[in-house]
Design a protein around this ligand. Structure first.
Ligand SMILES: Nc1ncnc2c1ncn2[C@@H]1O[C@H](COP(=O)(O)OP(=O)(O)OP(=O)(O)O)[C@@H](O)[C@H]1O
Ligand SMILES: [Mg+2]
Length: 234
């Protein structure tokens, strides 16, 4: 059943890759189902190579499954042509990766507002919103620094601000704190938890760290191609 409260749904997602030996296929995902509600934070844990990044790419429309469907706000993303998918992705989904992927030749403010310009904001509106987001993430004073002039934690906060620029309904984050020390991990996590309230944004958070997962609403473990509900009492 689809509902107005569901921002992202994956239905029966399967994906395989050619095995490293070149013979046969490696089944990575098998009939994966997932529903994420508005403002809900879902963590996905699982061992290295279990398929977490593959699943996240499929949820974000960056990769195509062998079978199954993905819905954003109850619309199948495969009903769209590639241009429309790219436009909807820019508007509805924010990505945060372990390595921030900021544009090195632009400063923090520009990195945040560029997706806004693509998303249809005027220059003035984009700059104002980007500055507000940097402020909310506590790094307004770093707005004209380039990525190379920022610490790892600051770079990651810029990439979170960038992900929020177009007011997405969901943020997909792949090991967002994987590259940070404990203090910066705590700061980023506190900010993500706060943002889901203030920005009404849902999140799917891939993490190796169980203490991070414990702060999320729902935890799944990806194991042998399937998502298993993971009890917080583990
Ligand atoms: N494009 C590809 N071609 C072939 N095999 C791939 C491709 N992408 C991923 N794989 C394989 O699929 C499996 C799952 O990879 P994936 O990156 O999704 O794992 P992961 O759970 O994110 O691991 P990690 O925790 O190390 O990031 C791995 O065995 C990987 O080698
Ligand atoms: Mg990965």
């Amino acid at each position: 059943m689809q509902s107005v409260n569901t921002v992202l749904e994956a239905s029966e997602i399967s994906k395989s890759f050619p095995s490293k030996s070149g013979r046969g296929l490696l089944q990575i995902l098998e009939h994966v189902n997932l529903k994420v509600n508005r403002s809900e934070i879902t963590a996905i844990i699982g061992s290295s190579g279990s398929g977490k990044s593959t699943l996240l790419h499929i949820l974000g429309g960056l990769d195509h499954p062998d079978s199954g469907d993905v819905f954003w706000e109850n619309t199948s993303i495969y009903s769209w042509k590639p241009d429309k998918l790219a436009e909807e992705r820019n508007r509805q989904v924010g990505f945060v990766f372990q390595f921030h992927h900021l544009l090195p030749e632009f400063n923090a403010l520009e990195n945040v507002f560029i997706p806004g310009l693509i998303g249809g904001y005027s220059m003035g509106e984009a700059e104002t919103r980007a500055m507000g987001l940097l402020d909310r993430l506590g790094i307004a004073d770093r707005s004209n620094h380039r990525p190379s002039q920022l610490s790892g934690g600051e770079q990651q906060r810029v990439s979170i601000a960038r992900a929020l620029m177009n007011n997405p309904s969901i943020i997909l984050a792949d090991e967002p704190t994987g590259n940070l020390d404990e203090r910066n991990t705590d700061i980023i996590l506190d900010q993500l938890v706060e943002l889901r309230e203030t920005e009404q944004v849902a999140m799917v958070l891939i993490t190796h760290e169980k203490n991070i997962a414990a702060r999320c609403d729902t935890i799944y473990e990806l194991r042998q191609g399937s998502l298993h509900l993971y009890e917080k009492t583990h």
